[in-house]
Design a protein around this ligand. Structure first.
Ligand SMILES: Nc1ncnc2c1ncn2[C@@H]1O[C@H](COP(=O)(O)OP(=O)(O)O)[C@@H](O)[C@H]1O
Ligand SMILES: [Mg+2]
Length: 768
């Protein structure tokens, strides 16, 4: 039986003293001071009792007063050491001001197997916590505790338990129950701590990663500096630029990958240079820029009219094209993913008729950017689609460069001289062009250099070509052709006055009032100094005159300088293209033919002579197989009609001058026949007559192409009579009024009619 003790009460509101603890107690309360005084006067024992919320607990701690003194702060304090639990009994009287009570010491309850197990679990839990805090000394002393009650009471030090908890531990006299409580609370604490630690780690790791990268980059820069390599020019800049640029997602991804590579590579690495060039290219492409189209077709037509004189039907065709395109585009937008499938409009005609500049006008009329891609002489697929980046000096192809130059994703791109692309061992540019032009493929066009998809579906492609039969077949299938055949003299004068002259005046640094051209002078430059379907040489002629005029003005001549017909010889020398037909056809055997060449329509003279010698035929000049056939057919026809004279007994020589394209051979049929008939009969060909038409063995005249161009050429050359196949009569509708008025056109069905019209009557001497 435990004896009852009589002890002074030391109430504590801000801490709980469990058995085994040595705790300093501030003597700032009269009750505490009284208890200490009382203990001092007797056997130094007190009963430390928690007084939370003003209420005394039922169980207190019997403690020994170890020491009384002052804290470093100067406050009076006592140090007490808890020894054991005691149940508080009734109040008793005692010396001093202290409250005295009866206290019955309580031993810990029986230790069972479960108690030991709980104690073991708690121990390892606590040691874990302590180790985490690095409290190694405490770990040691806890390790050594074997008594379960004593172990549980070390919880008095735990910072994660509040006073309530500790008071409960004090009150719990059954050691097993005490350990259960303690385990529950400690586990909760550990779990809580794990969660908050996890959050903290996550946050820390996120910060660390960016910080780490930053630090690594700093270090990299420092290392480079140390090696004397210097900061790779603007490499940080590239990351920022890529991040700031409005790029499609996949492009941004690809670009950032390259930036990563760039940041890792040293400045001396040649790859760094390639990567930078590539990134510059990607950043230069106007990925998200597009211009707004004007949909006012009247205004569009007005722009076309302002830039080019004449060409009514061509302009009309262009406006129709734009209207249809705009309509289809609006529809395409409504259907999700629907894309226009319009053919590519191509302007076909001889040089200098304004194909290229019309293309530019179309862009202007639509309010789009314009880029010209010159395809003349392109033989390599890589020109169109770019070189793979692994090539030294690799470049993106023309299409990518065009988009970059345009600065918008929907420019007008003029594929200029599309008939001049060739193909050789380096691959076929035509195939690449087909992909560019195919609406089903061109929204994901892949340039070998760029290696990311480029959407070309909003680009308006136009083409130009000198003649359609030289356009590669597959491309031709995708095209809608608009032909420009060339200008009449009157049209050229109008173009010169309204467009070429003002431009050249400005180029020569003159004022419009400085020079005055008469219309006659302009038409002379067009007719006698140049021979062309277009106006290129005419423009050059004007420039030449203006340069000379500028010199005159500088050397004192009064403005304006007058340029009339007489003055022209002074500026341009003697005319180069006086009508030569009269001279050339004065001897029998020469006939004037009409042909279409790369430069538009032209006149050409087919010459035949016969001489003594072995009977036979020599052919010189521009002679394809077709031309040879024409000669044979003509001879056979003439023989069958008895018109060949003694040609069969003589050595024959036929010359077809350069300029007539071999393909055009058949249309020289009636010219060939006429030349030979003229030679055989000795009757010269009328100098005013030009002709074109294919001929059969029976003498039938078959239709040919390019009538308009040929007649324009005849008109330019000063011919007044033109013989054409009867079946080409409908083509005459295309002919400008002014030309029709000045040309007598003779449609014929049979060669005999040709000879009738073309040959001069037999000379009197021959008849004699
Ligand atoms: N109908 C026209 N009106 C005004 N200028 C024209 C006309 N046709 C051609 N030109 C001018 O002639 C020059 C040559 O034209 P260009 O477009 O280079 O011809 P192409 O591409 O057909 O060879 C350009 O300066 C162009 O502006
Ligand atoms: Mg051109």
């Amino acid at each position: 039986m435990t004896e009852t003790l009589k002890l002074p009460v030391l109430p504590l509101a801000d801490s709980v003293v469990l058995p085994g603890m040595v705790v300093p107690v501030r003597l700032d309360q009269p009750e505490i001071q009284a208890a200490v005084d009382a203990a001092n006067s007797v056997d130094r024992q007190v009963l430390v009792v928690p007084r939370l919320d003003g209420k005394y607990a039922a169980v207190g701690t019997v403690a020994v007063l170890e020491q009384v003194g002052r804290l470093p702060s100067g406050e009076k304090a006592a140090v007490v050491r808890g020894e054991g639990r005691a149940q508080i009994g009734s109040g008793v009287t005692g010396p001093g001001a202290a409250l005295w009570v009866e206290a019955t010491p309580v031993e810990d309850g029986p230790v069972t197997g479960r108690t030991t197990e709980l104690a073991k679990e708690y121990k390892s839990l606590v040691i874990g916590i302590l180790q985490q805090r690095g409290a190694w000394q405490v770990v040691d002393s806890v390790q050594q505790i074997t008594d379960p009650g004593q172990l549980a009471d070390t919880a008095g030090w735990a910072s994660y338990l509040d006073l309530e908890h500790k008071a409960q531990l004090l009150a719990e006299t059954d050691v097993t129950a005490r350990l259960e409580l303690l385990l529950e609370w400690t586990k909760a604490h550990v779990a809580e701590q794990e969660v908050s630690e996890k959050i903290a780690t996550d946050v820390r790791e996120g910060v660390e990663k960016t910080q780490r990268e930053f630090l690594l980059r700093q270090q990299l820069a420092a290392i480079r500096k140390e090696l004397g390599e210097g900061e790779p020019e603007g490499s940080d800049d590239y990351r920022a630029r890529v991040e700031a640029a409005e790029l499609p997602d996949d492009v941004r991804k690809a670009a950032l990958k390259e930036v990563d590579k760039l940041e890792r590579s040293s400045d001396q690495n040649p790859e760094a240079g390639w990567i930078r060039t590539w990134l510059d290219t990607v950043l230069d492409i106007p990925w998200s820029t597009r211009t707004e189209d004007t949909d006012d077709l009247v205004a569009a037509r007005a722009v076309l009219d302002a830039d080019h004189a004449g060409l009514d039907d061509v302009k009309e065709r262009l406006v129709e094209f734009l209207a249809v395109r705009a309509r289809r585009e609006r529809k395409g937008k409504e259907k999700v993913g629907g894309r226009g499938s319009g053919a590519v409009l191509s302007l076909v005609g001889p040089p200098g008729v304004g194909k290229t500049s019309l293309g530019e006008s179309v862009a202007h009329a639509l309010g789009r950017k314009f880029v010209r891609v010159a395809l003349g002489g392109v033989r390599d697929e890589a020109e169109i689609r770019g070189h793979r980046r692994t090539y030294v000096g690799a470049l993106p192809g023309r299409i990518v460069r065009a988009i970059r130059e345009a600065g918008s994703m929907n420019p007008v791109v003029l594929l200029d001289e599309i008939d001049k692309v060739g193909s050789d061992f380096r691959g076929d540019p035509t195939a690449a062009l087909l992909e560019v032009l195919d609406p089903a493929q061109n929204h994901t066009f892949r340039d070998h250099y760029l290696e990311v998809d480029l959407d070309l579906s909003d680009v308006l492609f136009l083409g130009t070509a000198n003649s359609y039969d030289t356009i590669p077949g597959p491309l031709l299938d995708r095209m809608e052709l608009v032909t420009l055949d060339g200008y009449t003299e009157a049209e050229k004068v109008a173009i010169a006055r309204d467009h070429l002259l003002p431009r050249q005046v400005e180029k020569a640094g003159l004022e419009p009032s400085d020079v005055e051209f008469t219309d006659v002078a302009l038409s002379m430059i067009a007719a006698e100094y140049t021979r062309e379907a277009g106006v290129r040489q005419l423009e050059r002629g004007l420039a030449k005159v203006l340069r000379k005029a500028a010199v005159q003005l500088d050397s004192g001549t009064e403005a304006p300088v007058h340029v009339d017909a007489d003055a022209l010889v002074g500026y341009l020398g003697r005319p180069k293209f006086t009508p030569e037909s009269a001279e050339r056809t004065s001897t029998p055997g020469v006939a004037t033919g009409l042909a279409v060449t790369g430069a538009g329509g032209d006149v050409l003279f087919i010459e035949a002579t016969a001489m003594e010698g072995e009977p036979g035929l020599t052919l010189t000049g521009q002679l394809g197989d077709v031309m040879k056939e024409s000669v044979s057919i003509a001879l056979s026809y003439l023989r069958s009609k008895g018109l060949a004279g003694d040609l069969a007994q003589r050595k024959l020589h036929v010359h077809v001058p350069a300029g007539a394209v071999p393909k055009d051979g058949p249309s020289a049929g009636i010219t060939m026949t006429t030349a030979l008939a003229s030679l055989a009969s000795g009757r010269p060909v009328r100098s005013s007559v030009g002709m074109t038409g294919e001929v059969t063995l029976q003498g039938k005249v078959l239709p040919i192409g390019g009538v308009k161009q040929k007649l324009l050429a005849a008109h330019r050359a000063g011919l007044t009579d033109v013989i054409i196949p009867k079946r080409n009569e409908p083509d005459l509708d295309d002919l400008p009024e002014s030309v029709r008025g000045e040309l007598r056109v003779h449609p014929v069905a049979d060669v005999s009619e040709v000879l009738e019209l073309a040959l001069e009557p037999a000379p009197v001497s021959a008849a004699a």
